[in-house]
Write a protein that binds this ligand. Structure first.
Ligand code: FDP
Length: 322
């Protein structure tokens, strides 16, 4: 079976980027081990502190963030880090070539119930003239990313990754500790009968999503003329992994509750990396008003609406916005 290293080389990734990715994944392997220990590792439950978005941090969030931060800072390849669990950017090596954004443990409320969680990351070039503690270095659209992916900590630990030459799936071989290629060039089916959305927020949606979901729910008797099934893991990594594996549409749309929070998901370390993976797998990723990867960030923790997955279904959903 092909190893991650040779796939990255075949995809033309530069050596320093390969070394950075391997460093990042060494951190993810440690997180995978801690996650698999569950309560035995004594890391479940909440700490008293809250993160910048006002959510209670779980101990595993804090530990995962520390693991990735330490390993990336020590590597020398990274100029600065932005993390869901850090209020500000973390300055690293002033001569580092890359910027890394990550959500160290996505779907962290699932830790308490031994359900799917994961690490999401994206990597871009660091502007050479900027200081490592300058947050504006991160204000680049997703189209500038050189690599993105996630590690899903499930029954097996899986890596989905792209460097812009297709999306590949790897499985962590715990016997020798490496990621092995298990599916090259993933292709998301263009059509689907499966959708994922948190319907408890229905009253806060705008008209296009209200109408679109109403038509999905009407099934065979409605304008779509077929029945749809619904799934919600409540961890973006889990839902996106399902969509990458067998198609579907995942929606976390604009929410009228708070105009300062136009969606729930964060652009830099959730929406952009998933959009990059999805587009490289032949899918589509949009905010409802434009391509996610073209959104120009105004701050590092910016939130955006997310509609992504099977191409034709995302396009059908977008037609409701016209
Ligand atoms: P979580 O709050 O548990 O970290 O990152 C945000 C996120 O999870 C996504 O992973 C997930 O898709 C979504 O929020 C779940 O939102 P709901 O609470 O609305 O289910």
């Amino acid at each position: 079976m092909k190893r991650l290293n040779s796939q990255l080389q075949d995809d033309g990734a530069p050596m320093e980027l390969i070394l950075l990715i391997r460093t990042l994944l060494a951190g993810c392997k440690e997180i995978a081990f801690r996650v698999s220990q569950g309560a035995l590792a004594g890391v479940l439950g909440s700490t008293l502190s809250e993160n910048v978005q006002g959510e209670t941090q779980k101990k595993l969030d804090v530990i995962s963030n520390q693991i990735l931060k330490d390993i990336l800072k020590d590597s020398g390849y990274v100029k600065a880090i932005s993390s869901e669990e850090e209020d500000d950017v973390v300055a690293c090596n002033p001569d580092g070539k890359y910027l890394v954004s990550f959500d160290p443990l996505d779907g962290s409320s699932n830790t308490d119930i031994n359900s799917l969680i994961g690490t999401i990351f994206s990597i871009s070039h660091a502007p050479q003239w900027m200081k490592p503690d300058d947050p504006s270095a991160f204000l680049q659209p997703g189209t500038q990313s050189v690599a993105a992916g996630y590690v899903l900590y499930g029954p097996s630990a899986m890596l989905a990754m792209t460097t812009g030459r297709g999306t590949h799936l790897y499985t962590l071989d715990k016997t020798h500790g490496g990621f092995l290629l298990t599916k090259a060039n993933v292709k998301v089916p263009e059509q689907t009968s499966e959708f994922a959305i948190n319907t408890s927020n229905q009253r806060h949606w705008e008209a296009p999503i209200q109408n679109y979901v109403a038509d999905l729910l009407a099934g065979e008797d409605g304008p779509r003329g077929k029945d749809f099934n619904m799934r919600w893991v409540a961890a973006m990594v889990g839902d996106i992994h399902r969509v990458l594996s067998r198609g579907g549409i995942f929606l976390y749309p604009f929410d009228k509750r708070n105009p300062e929070k136009p969606g729930k998901l964060r652009l830099l370390y959730e929406a952009n990396p998933m959009a990059f993976l999805m587009e490289q797998a032949g899918g589509m990723a949009d905010t409802g008003t434009g391509r996610i990867m073209e959104v120009m960030p105004s701050e590092i923790h910016q939130r955006v609406p997310v509609l992504l997955g099977s191409k034709q279904e995302v396009q059908t959903c977008l037609d409701y916005y016209k």
